[in-house]
Design a protein around this ligand. Structure first.
Ligand SMILES: [Zn+2]
Length: 441
């Protein structure tokens, strides 16, 4: 039997280990914000990977990265820990960096029909079915799909490589990086920008088994504040209403994104957008803006002197953070030109850029072949509007990279009742193992 067949058989025979690893990860609450328990989950991963021959180190992001992450504005708690495991090769080959994130989306307080930190297993999924489901069942909990499932599949693949005594030439590096859901600045951003992780190729494990992601938009989070003057609400003529001022800004922002930003599109030949967005009439990476929160005022009888909102600016990979900030300020200045009483502040919470790996990149083409060997399908190259940590691999780390993973609509990722197909997890583990063999053996 060849190494590929032995590894695939290993994965099949060790599904129970994969599930128990995933359950261990899910039982540690790492929802962000606040993103507590990173040290704990890094320690668990370190123990598992040290036991199978990896050199493992844990890296806490420095103060500067905490500030850039928006630690104050987002209410983050605890150290921003990241785990880096290296399965050393015997030399003479390129290295590959695999990344999965250890944080999860928030857990909704009510409405879960299973324990979100439980890792329960069922035969079927009431929200739909994986196209890879061959009766292996489903596992439930926050992060089983996004992104602890893929992390567990990588741990299983590395364990298999070690236990089968397969010697790779190049180093295989796995990172469990934090804070992806809030921009990853103190996570993979820190590891790559500080030179802690360097490799020749990148595999981001935060995607899907149905497509190969090569591009994504970036995003910048802004806090906007308007400052008014409080007064008795029955004499509003004597106050300055901060909510009214924000309303003017919002009319301008609405006009700006629908009429200006939506025209700013970036073509990515050979890379398609997911069908849901194409059906909405958008077939290219497109700049947009979302007014995500607003708060202000204390009661009807008082003129509000403060209004605050969070705005998410979705950036095409061609847009820079500096340009985006300058433009947003210019839109608000345009409102101020018509209203001398408008006082405001704009604060940047954090920013993560977009990326594009060309569809004729040799690693992307090789990834297509690998995924066909594993799934039997010709998977499309896709671009997403939502961003991932692959940005740091492509832009900062200069690594040709692709993004795969598990999950589709049935998994309810980020929603209540997240689940994932165990058959799909096993397939992802085989894909990870095959990437290691093809690139590093
Ligand atoms: Zn994710």
């Amino acid at each position: 039997m060849g190494d590929k067949e032995r590894l695939f058989e290993y994965v099949e025979e060790h599904r129970d280990d994969l599930i128990s690893t995933l359950r261990d990860l899910v039982r540690i609450d790492t929802q962000v914000p606040p993103g507590k328990n990173y040290e704990k989950i890094c320690g668990l991963i370190a123990d598992k990977l040290t036991a199978v021959g990896c050199d493992v180190t844990i890296h806490n992001a420095t103060e500067r990265y905490l500030t850039l992450s928006g630690v104050m504005q987002l209410g983050l708690e605890g150290p921003r820990s990241n785990v880096v495991a290296r399965l050393k090769g015997k030399g003479g080959g390129p290295s590959m960096h695999m990344s999965a994130h250890i944080d999860t989306a928030a857990i909704q307080k009510d409405g879960w029909s299973v324990d979100p930190l439980g890792g329960e297993v069922t035969k079927t999924c009431k929200y739909g079915k994986s196209i890879y489901d061959v009766g292996g069942g489903y596992i439930w909990g926050r992060g089983v799909c996004d992104d602890k499932g893929p992390l567990a599949t990588a741990i299983t693949a590395i364990t298999g490589i070690h236990e089968l005594g397969i010697k790779l030439k190049g180093d295989l590096i796995l990172t469990g990086n934090c804070d992806e859901e809030i921009g990853g600045v103190a996570g993979l951003g820190y590891l790559i920008r500080e030179g802690i992780v360097k490799a020749d190729f990148g595999l981001q494990l935060d995607g899907s088994m149905n497509m190969i992601n090569l591009a994504a938009q970036g995003r910048t989070r802004f806090m906007i504040r308007t400052i008014g003057k409080a007064y008795h609400g029955q004499m509003p003529i004597l106050g300055v209403n901060a909510i009214e001022k924000m309303s003017k800004i919002n009319v301008a922002l609405d006009n700006y994104w629908r009429n200006v930003l939506m025209k700013r599109q970036l073509a990515t030949p050979g890379i398609e957008l997911p069908s849901e967005i194409r059906e909405a009439g958008v077939d290219k990476l497109t700049a947009m803006l979302n007014i995500g929160t607003i708060k202000g005022g204390v009661q009807g009888a008082t003129v509000p002197d403060l209004c605050e909102e969070e705005v998410l600016r979705c950036m095409t990979p061609a847009e820079s953070f500096e340009d985006v900030e300058r433009e947003l300020r210019a839109v608000i200045e345009g409102v101020k030109a018509t209203d001398a009483d408008l006082r405001y502040e704009v604060e940047v919470v954090n920013s993560r850029g977009g990326y594009v790996v060309p569809s004729d990149d040799p690693f992307a083409l090789e990834a297509k072949k690998i995924m066909k060997e594993v799934t039997g399908k010709d998977l499309p190259f896709v671009g997403n509007l939502g961003s991932t940590d692959m940005n740091y691999q492509v832009v900062d780390g200069k690594m040709p990279s692709v993004n795969i993973g598990v999950g589709e609509t049935y998994t309810n990722y980020h929603k209540r009742d997240e689940s994932v197909s165990i058959d799909e997890l096993a397939l992802c583990s085989k894909a990870v193992a095959l990437f290691a063999l093809r690139k590093l053996a």
